[in-house]
Design a protein around this ligand. Structure first.
Ligand SMILES: [Mg+2]
Length: 232
């Protein structure tokens, strides 16, 4: 294992889960989006179109759809999380190269997701990666406060005794990297070649999105980035 000079100080490797540990263009997460829309439709007894709009609005305003439903409708999160994370995994394929690269990273490896703890274990296990991680943190662990809110990162840092200056955060949601960067972490924006990590309300026309100044590295492919920067 050799690290690029600028990465040699790192001893903690933090990964978002969805659309980060697998490529966004696998289009797996759209299943969860559809399940969230269907749940809102049933829960609030609204049309599919209204439910879809609400899902995006809550995501943009509250960080996650779940947080919006809890804040505005006082919804119990458990039923929602069980429902929307009950998904077909057949499109998600383990990547042996990614496994080898993560396994070789020096120091702690952690997952921090806005999904549930069970979702992290389910998807992580299916991807044949979960056993490589020293810990995972789900939305229950933050008291249902989602990234990008500062309090979510504070709880995460406290739970794992994180030193931001020796930590790196990998995320597809570019807005979720701003707080970690200001805390002193190195940030890697994993785009999978799409702008899917930016809420559509704030998404510029394709191709016009510039990289925000809180992003240290941007890559279309996590496996390639790790290969280029940690083994050469
Ligand atoms: Mg994600």
């Amino acid at each position: 294992m050799t690290l690029q000079n600028e990465l040699r100080h790192l001893d903690t490797w933090i990964f978002d889960l969805d659309n980060t540990l697998y490529r966004a263009d696998v289009n797996f997460f759209s299943q969860i989006d559809r399940k969230m829309t269907a749940f809102i439709q049933r829960y609030l007894n609204v049309s599919k179109a209204d439910a879809s709009t609400l899902r995006e609005t809550y995501w943009a305003e509250y960080g996650t759809t779940l947080s919006g439903l809890m804040a505005v409708h006082d919804m119990d999160p458990a039923e929602f999380l069980d429902d929307v994370h009950d998904v077909d995994l057949s499109d998600l394929k383990p990547d042996p190269r990614l496994r080898d690269l993560i396994k070789s990273l020096p120091g702690r490896k952690l997952i921090f997701t806005n999904g549930s703890r069970g979702h992290a274990e389910n998807i992580g296990t299916h991807l044949n990666l979960f056993d490589l991680f020293d810990g995972s943190f789900g939305i229950e662990d933050t008291g249902y406060i989602p990234k990008p809110k500062r309090a979510a990162f504070e709880r995460f840092n406290q739970s794992f005794d994180i030193n931001p200056k020796t930590s790196v955060f990998f995320e597809d949601g570019v807005l979720n990297l701003e707080v970690p960067r200001h805390m002193g972490m190195t940030t890697v924006w994993v785009t999978s070649g799409s702008h899917i990590g930016v809420p559509s309300q704030t998404r510029p026309k394709a191709g016009t999105l510039s990289t925000p100044d809180w992003v240290d590295y941007v890559t279309q492919d996590l496996t390639d980035w790790l290969s280029e920067n940690t083994q050469f």
